[in-house]
Write a protein that binds this ligand. Structure first.
Ligand code: URA
Length: 204
């Protein structure tokens, strides 16, 4: 009867949204993940970066882009003169999807149903943060952010106007770069990614 009241978070804030997302069961992915990995960054960030889904390390830390892809991301944006603390960084899907293999958890690509379910959160993050520039990293982020069908390479590296008066910039996902086995191709793709980040810095 005399239980202390839960502190009420003001409705319609990013903090309230994060608290709601922490108990999300909209799709089955929550069942095997450690926790929801919600976006992070200033509530009034001018730029939002969107990845695919948390990986193994993000799942444990509860923060986006802190594993190998995150370290590459940090390094390349820093070289381009972008300060991560000014960015809102999030993912299309907020739970880690994986297949257990021995002691390892192998990342599995989210399917379109999972991406559509999780759009609920991404759309609300977009509404609340209201960035002027959105950066989609990879095809999953692109699919979550637009209805554009087609190949990532057709829209990659272009700044496109979106309905809400925002700009959408599409680039590859840093995990893609980490997986390229051929050293020469990898160097070329890294150079293109660095160029993209410099272009983004110019749009900020
Ligand atoms: N890959 C992503 O898409 N997001 C993360 O947070 C980490 C790796």
């Amino acid at each position: 009867r005399n239980l202390p009241a839960e502190p009420e978070l003001p409705a319609g804030t990013l903090e309230a949204l994060r608290a709601e997302a922490a108990v999300c069961t909209r799709c089955p992915l929550h069942a095997n993940a450690t926790q929801t990995v919600f976006g992070e960054g200033p509530r009034d960030a001018a730029v939002m970066f969107v990845g695919e889904q948390p990986g193994d390390q993000e799942d444990i830390a509860g923060r986006p882009f802190v594993g190998p892809a995150g370290r590459l991301f940090d390094q390349v944006i820093a070289e381009a003169g972008i300060d991560r603390s000014t960015l809102y960084v999030t993912n299309a899907v907020k739970h880690f999807k994986y297949e257990p293999r021995g002691k390892r958890r192998i990342h599995q690509k989210p399917n379109m149903g999972e991406v559509q379910h999780c759009r609920w959160w991404l759309d609300l993050e977009l509404t609340l943060v209201n960035p002027k520039l959105i950066v989609a990293m990879g095809a999953t982020a692109l699919a979550a952010l637009t209805d554009v069908k087609g190949r990532l390479q057709d829209v990659r590296g272009k700044a496109m106007a979106t309905e809400g008066g925002r700009t959408l910039f599409v680039t590859v996902h840093p995990s893609y770069l980490l997986r390229i086995p051929d050293e020469r191709l990898k160097a070329e793709e890294m150079a293109r990614f660095r160029e993209d980040m410099k272009r983004i810095q110019g749009l900020m």
